[in-house]
Design a protein around this ligand. Structure first.
Ligand SMILES: Nc1ncnc2c1ncn2[C@@H]1O[C@H](COP(=O)(O)OP(=O)(O)OP(=O)(O)O)[C@@H](O)[C@H]1O
Ligand SMILES: [Mg+2]
Length: 222
């Protein structure tokens, strides 16, 4: 059964007197446990799609269903809680909290939800992402690629059913990119997670179970 479904999703942004169709009747389905790559040129609507799926922004029209729940039926607080319990995000800009150290950033989603921290699991992720010697550092002491890996660790910390990652390897070299994708795939398999990764990297896309292509806000193949 599909865990994520969008129906005729349309998002129109006004830019001055122009309308931009960031998404234009985009309908997709993602099965539970699938590892999906979303590809398309810059400005094609990939981040917009991910934000809608994650309930971070509202569509102009159309619907998003996550685990059978229609997101538009959830009120603000309920949506926030639903998101926190089900979805881990890796943003295009990493959004680390500058006043928290790396460890605190990684476990923040768990703290916010009052969940127990499984130190052993956190340690294993941090080691696999090769940031174990950074956990007491502050975000501004890390390189872009290191911050990116922290953002991935944070998204995974609560073992969410769904991981939405916007260019999670955009700042990594090709070897590190493949290592991160292999880790995501392994975790997805181990915890039956569903993962959607936006990427420009064809090598990364080829690792996916399926590629969703989007052009000018339209799903061109999936
Ligand atoms: N907040 C906004 N206000 C106005 N226009 C927006 C806004 N966000 C996105 N857009 C427009 O919507 C379109 C899709 O943007 P989006 O960020 O989804 O592209 P993308 O595929 O993620 O691109 P990239 O690969 O460069 O990250 C673009 O034309 C962009 O200019
Ligand atoms: Mg984007």
């Amino acid at each position: 059964m599909e865990i994520i479904k969008t129906e005729n999703l349309t998002k129109i942004y006004k830019q001055g007197e122009f309308k931009v169709y960031a998404l234009d009747n985009a309908s997709i389905e993602i099965e539970e446990g699938e590892f999906i790559a979303i590809v398309g040129s810059s400005g094609s609507g990939k981040s917009t799609l991910l934000n809608m799926i994650g309930g971070l922004d509202y569509p102009t029209s159309g619907e998003v269903f996550v685990r059978g729940k229609k997101l538009s039926s959830l009120k603000n607080d309920d949506l926030t809680i639903f998101r926190r319990r089900n979805i881990g995000f890796v943003f295009q800009s990493y959004n680390l909290i500058p006043v928290l150290n790396i460890y605190e950033n990684i476990v923040l989603p768990l703290k916010l939800d009052g969940m127990e921290i499984e130190e052993h699991y956190i340690k294993s992720i941090v080691e696999k992402l090769k940031i174990e010697d950074k956990i007491e550092s502050m975000p501004n002491m890390l390189s872009g690629g290191q911050q990116q890996r922290v953002a991935i660790a944070r998204a995974l910390s609560s073992k969410p059913a769904i991981v939405l990652a916007d260019e999670p390897t955009g700042n990594l070299d090709s070897k590190s990119s493949m290592e991160v994708i292999i880790l995501l795939k392994a975790l997805a398999y181990e915890f039956n997670q569903t993962i959607a990764v936006v990427t420009h990297n064809e090598e990364v896309a080829q690792m996916a179970d399926r590629i969703i292509r989007i052009e000018d806000g339209k799903v061109s193949s999936n």
